[in-house]
Design a protein around this ligand. Structure first.
Ligand code: GLU
Length: 466
C-alpha cells in the first residue's frame, strides 16, 4: 500500500431506510478487511438526497450495525456537514480547468438527446459548455443556475484491477462530462464520494455491483485531484430464491427484521459472510475466524443466492451453541412481543429441552409459551385424540400425578406406565391426548421431560379441564 499508511475501509449508506442485507454484507466485508489488516473502518452517511434522508434511518442503520457487532472506528460522518469542503474542491477543479459550469436547460438537453438518438448515436452530453481551446462559449443565460460538470478526459482509457471482478478497462470516449454539483450547489454522489474517500484516506472501497459504472468517473476525478486511488471491489448482487434481485417485495431485507424474527447476530454475520466469499469448505465460523481469513481473496464474481433454509440451518447451529442465559433472555423478549411477561429465571431451565429443534429464537418462544400462557388445542386435535376411549385413562393419570410428592421426570414416567398398565392402552394412545391437552399440540419432545418443566398444578388443571 504505497500511497496509504494504513488500510482504511468504509461503509457509506444513504439514510433512506433500514440497513439492507446487501449493505450489511458490504459493511461486513469492509469491516473484516480492515480488522484483518489491523486497519480502520469508517461509517459515512451519504445524506445528500435531502428529501429522502432521515435521522430515523441513520439511527436504524447504527442500531443494525451495533447488533451485528460491526463496530466502526470513525463516524458517523455526514456528507451534509461537509458542504463547504465540497465547495472548496469544486472551485479548485474549476480553477484548474477540470470542471466547468454548464447552463444547458433540461429542455435543451432533451433536444440534444433526441437528436443523438435520431442519428443512432449514444446519448452523451455534447460538452457544449466545456471550455476548450479555440472555442467561444455563449454568454451565460440570465436566470439559469448552472450545474457543475467534470471535464472528463476525452481520450484514453480508465482502468482498474477490481478486487472482485479483476481488470476492467473503459474508454473515456464512452463516458461523458458528469454533473458533479447540482444547481443548488449540493454535490452529486460521484463527486462527494471521491472527496470523502480522499479526505478519509480510504484505501479500499467495497461496494455493490450497481456502482461499477460509476467507478470510471470516480477514478478520473481522483486523478484530476491528484489524490491516491483506493482499490475497488464490486460485490455481485444478492438474488432472492426466485432468481430476482433481493428486494422488499420478496421477503425481509432489513437486518433488524431478522433480529425481530429470532435470528442471532453471529448467525447473520456467518451467513452473510458466505454470500459472496468462501474459505475452503468452511460454513460455520465466528467473526474472529472470518477476520483471520478475510484478506480480500476468494470473493465470488457470480451473484449470490439468498437461501432462507441455509440461514435457518446456520441460525439453528448458533441457537444450540450460545449460552443458555442469553438464549433465555432472547426468548423473554420474544414472549414479551406476544404479550407474555416472564423472567429469564423462569425461562432458562426450559430452553435446553427444546433448543435443538428450533431454527430461531422465535420458534423456541413458540414452544415455551405453553408454560406461561393458556394453550388452545385445535378442535380437530381434541376430536381425534381425546376420545371417550381414553378419557378414563386420562383421569387415572391425573389422579396418579396429583398423588406424586416428587415432581420429576422419573416419577412422571412411573405414573404414565402405571396408567398404561391399568388401562391397557399403548403409550401413544395416552401420550398424544395428554400433549394436546397440556401443550396444545400433538407432538412434543419426550412427555415426561416436557411435563417435568410445568407446575404440577397447571398440568392437572389442563388434564381435568378436558
Ligand atoms: N451511498 C452509496 C450506496 O449506498 C454508497 C456507494 C459507495 O460505497 O460508494 O450505494
Amino acid at each position: 500500500m504505497s500511497s496509504f499508511d494504513k488500510i482504511r475501509t468504509r461503509i457509506a449508506p444513504s439514510p433512506t431506510g433500514f440497513l439492507h442485507l446487501g449493505t450489511a454484507r458490504t459493511a461486513l466485508y469492509s469491516w473484516a478487511y480492515a480488522r484483518h489488516h489491523g486497519g480502520e473502518f469508517v461509517l459515512r452517511i451519504e445524506d445528500t438526497d435531502v428529501a429522502r434522508s432521515t435521522q430515523d434511518s441513520v439511527d436504524q442503520i447504527i442500531e443494525a450495525m451495533n447488533w451485528l457487532g460491526l463496530h466502526y472506528d470513525e463516524g458517523p460522518i455526514y456528507q451534509m456537514q461537509r458542504l463547504e469542503r465540497y465547495q472548496a474542491v469544486l472551485e479548485q477543479l474549476i480553477a484548474a480547468g477540470r470542471a466547468y459550469r454548464c447552463y444547458a436547460t433540461p429542455e435543451e438537453l432533451t433536444a440534444m438527446r433526441e437528436a443523438q438518438k435520431a442519428r443512432g448515436e449514444k446519448t452523451l452530453y455534447d460538452r457544449r459548455w466545456r471550455p476548450e481551446p479555440g472555442k467561444v462559449l455563449p454568454a451565460p443565460p440570465e436566470g439559469v443556475k448552472p450545474v457543475i460538470r467534470f471535464a472528463n478526459p476525452i481520450d484514453g482509457d480508465v482502468s482498474w484491477d477490481d478486487l472482485v471482478k479483476g481488470p476492467i478497462k473503459i474508454k473515456n470516449r464512452e463516458i461523458d462530462d458528469l454533473i458533479i454539483a447540482r444547481a443548488d450547489g449540493v454535490p452529486t454522489y460521484n463527486f462527494a464520494v471521491v472527496v470523502d474517500d480522499w479526505d478519509m484516506k480510504i484505501s479500499h472501497v467495497f461496494r455493490g455491483d450497481e456502482h461499477v459504472n460509476n467507478t470510471p468517473w470516480q477514478i478520473n476525478i481522483f486523478n484530476a485531484l491528484g489524490a491516491p486511488l483506493p482499490r475497488f471491489g464490486h460485490l455481485p448482487i444478492i438474488l432472492g430464491d426466485d432468481g430476482l434481485k433481493l428486494s422488499k417485495r420478496r421477503g425481509a431485507v432489513s437486518v433488524m427484521d431478522y433480529a425481530a424474527n429470532g435470528y442471532l447476530p453471529e448467525a447473520m454475520l456467518n451467513y452473510l459472510a458466505r454470500l459472496g466469499w468462501s474459505h475452503g469448505d468452511d460454513e460455520l465460523f465466528s467473526a474472529e475466524q472470518m477476520v483471520g481469513w478475510f484478506d480480500g481473496t476468494h470473493l465470488s464474481k457470480s451473484p449470490a443466492q439468498w437461501d432462507p433454509a441455509k440461514l435457518d440451518w446456520v441460525n439453528a447451529h448458533y441457537v444450540k451453541q450460545i449460552d443458555e442465559a442469553r438464549l433465555a433472555a432472547l426468548v423473554v423478549e420474544q414472549l414479551a412481543g406476544k404479550g407474555v411477561a416472564v423472567s429469564v429465571e423462569q425461562v432458562q431451565p426450559k430452553v435446553g429441552l427444546f433448543k435443538d429443534r428450533c431454527a430461531t429464537v422465535a420458534a423456541l418462544a413458540e414452544w415455551l409459551v405453553m408454560y406461561f400462557a393458556p394453550v388452545s388445542p385445535a378442535a380437530e386435535d381434541l376430536a381425534v385424540h381425546v376420545t371417550d376411549a381414553v378419557r378414563p385413562a386420562i383421569s387415572t393419570l391425573a389422579e396418579k400425578l396429583s398423588a406424586l410428592t416428587d415432581w420429576n421426570k422419573s416419577s412422571i414416567q412411573q405414573a404414565l406406565k402405571e396408567t398404561l398398565t391399568a388401562s391397557g392402552l399403548k403409550m401413544p394412545q395416552l401420550a398424544v391426548p395428554v400433549r394436546v391437552a397440556v401443550c396444545g399440540r400433538a407432538q412434543t419432545p419426550s412427555l415426561d421431560a416436557v411435563l417435568e418443566l410445568f407446575d404440577k398444578k397447571k398440568v392437572l388443571e389442563r388434564l381435568q379441564g378436558l
